[in-house]
Design a protein around this ligand. Structure first.
Ligand code: CMP
Length: 238
């Protein structure tokens, strides 16, 4: 595991974390206090940060890079629950309920994280009722996200699910270029399949069909949406 540890809070850490819904109400002094508990961890691409079932005794924040939250079935099939990016927090579930990690976490590219031990975070949290309420909101978002994924898996066909997900990715990672919106997060077709509960082959077939009609294009793994209005319409079909 490639990790390098630093201890002093930096302006960069503050700038990234102060944007998070959970932490942005803290004043500068409180945020700095929290950051004195944080240590930096640098990770290589594809690094396993923890596995479902591990003991969970820390909260993690993403400074840069993306983290895949996933689980594996008994026969090795992966379900991707979420992909988290800079400024997002994870690892709060095991910290709060004191049980094991609820999913695996892997880096998708070289990434930098902040790690705060539960023994430092929990007293900080318990002393601030508003922080606890905000943490509940973060947990509510996780529940909404998972119920949406479940609902889509049951009610929507694959073209609709994929269209909906491309629009979500475009909203979070879209960059406007002359020919449309390029999704700057590189996701493999396998990852997309694991996120949408289908095979890599089905994703590939659908993307190729949309490429043939000019709705999208794929260049070195990056998807560009050329006709967002039509992808949006597809995302609402059943
Ligand atoms: P924890 O259970 O400690 O470890 C796995 C982490 O993944 C979990 O905390 C959450 O931070 C995160 N996580 C689990 N499920 C989801 C989800 N469906 N969406 C986003 N993040 C999740």
């Amino acid at each position: 595991m490639a990790a390098s540890i630093g201890t002093s809070p930096t302006a960069q850490w503050r700038a990234i974390l102060s944007k998070h819904f959970l932490l942005r109400y803290l004043d500068a002094e409180e945020l700095d206090q929290l950051l004195t508990f944080a240590r930096q961890r640098r990770c290589v691409a594809g690094e396993l940060l923890f596995q479902k079932g591990d003991a969970g005794d820390s909260l993690l924040a993403i400074l840069n890079g993306h983290i895949k939250i996933s689980t594996l079935s008994g026969d090795g099939k992966e379900i991707v629950l979420n992909i988290l990016g800079p400024g997002e927090l994870f690892g709060e579930i095991a910290l709060i309920d004191g049980k094991e990690r609820s999913a695996d976490a892997h880096t998708m590219e070289p990434s930098e994280l902040l790690v705060i031990d539960g023994r430092d975070f929990m007293p900080f949290l318990n002393a601030r009722p508003e922080l606890s309420t905000r943490l509940l909101v973060v947990l509510c978002e996780r529940i909404r996200w998972v119920s949406d994924l479940y609902e889509d898996a049951v009610f929507l066909n694959l073209p609709s699910r994929l269209a909906k997900h491309l629009m979500r990715l475009a909203a979070s990672y879209g960059e406007t270029i002359d020919s449309g919106t390029r999704i700057t997060l590189k996701l493999s077709q396998q990852d997309l399949g694991n996120l949408l509960g289908t095979s890599r082959e089905s994703i590939n077939k659908q993307l190729r069909a949309w490429q043939a009609t000019g709705l999208i294009s794929v260049d070195r793994g990056l998807i560009t949406i050329h006709r967002a209005d039509e992808i949006e319409l597809l995302s609402q079909a059943f």
